[in-house]
Design a protein around this ligand. Structure first.
Ligand SMILES: [Zn+2]
Length: 221
């Protein structure tokens, strides 16, 4: 019945691709061309922020991966979270996706303002696809906001994160990695609470930001 309602609704107002805005099939958040761009996207892996064994992203923020993150975060297109999770499941090295999924917690102020948590949406979809356990092992205080502060300051004053009874093997899930300061803070809290292996998967990675964190060394694209 719901499928039927969606079909009728799509005839009245054709669905638009979450990335490019052109009309697309109502069953998919992306048009064929953008879906192909996503499938061809080059994962970004090196280097990992301190405390993480691996930090893997579907692709660079410049391009389809960043467009998807923006559609999810700023235009609240929640079905995009599932498409991102599918892309992670399809392209991430299988050994990476072993452990308990933990979404990187948002600052409470930001969650209240946005009304939903993009990282959690991706983590829930990924847990379903991979059949992995999902745990809320991390809490985050408001602290200084990460967005809108100079990159060097974000690295020097990372968010306050605490871990409660985390699993031994943790896969952190986030929408985007910029400086890596938040992931590093999460990893430090998890390891202090007993986690042995901490990896991260994200939809997109901003390469310009990583260069600051890693002392200006060029990154492999
Ligand atoms: Zn498109």
């Amino acid at each position: 019945v719901i499928e039927g309602i969606r079909l009728v609704a799509s005839l009245l107002a054709p669905p638009l691709c979450a990335a490019c805005g052109r009309a697309c099939d109502w069953r998919h958040p992306l048009c064929g061309a953008c879906d192909r761009r996503l499938r061809r996207s080059q994962p970004v892996c090196d280097p990992a922020p301190p405390g993480l064994d691996v930090a893997w992203a579907v692709g660079p923020y410049d391009g389809i991966c960043g467009e998807l993150v923006a559609a999810l975060k700023f235009r609240r297109l929640l079905p995009v979270a599932r498409r991102i999770a599918e892309a992670i499941a399809l392209a991430a090295p299988p050994e990476l996706l072993g452990g308990t999924l933990v979404a990187v917690p948002p600052a409470p102020r930001r969650l209240a303002w946005r009304g939903f948590d993009p990282a959690e949406e991706i983590a829930v979809a990924l847990a379903r696809i991979q059949g992995l356990p999902l745990a809320r092992s991390l809490t985050r205080g408001d602290g200084p906001p990460q967005v809108g502060r100079p990159r060097t300051d974000r690295i020097r004053r990372p968010p306050r994160v605490e871990a409660v009874a985390p699993a031994r093997d943790v896969v952190l899930v986030d929408d985007v990695q910029t400086t890596g300061a938040t992931l590093a803070a999460c990893a430090a809290a998890l390891r202090a609470a007993g986690s042995a292996r901490v990896v991260a998967v994200t939809a997109a990675r901003a390469l310009w930001a990583s260069e600051v964190w890693f002392g200006g060394s060029r990154l492999r694209a």
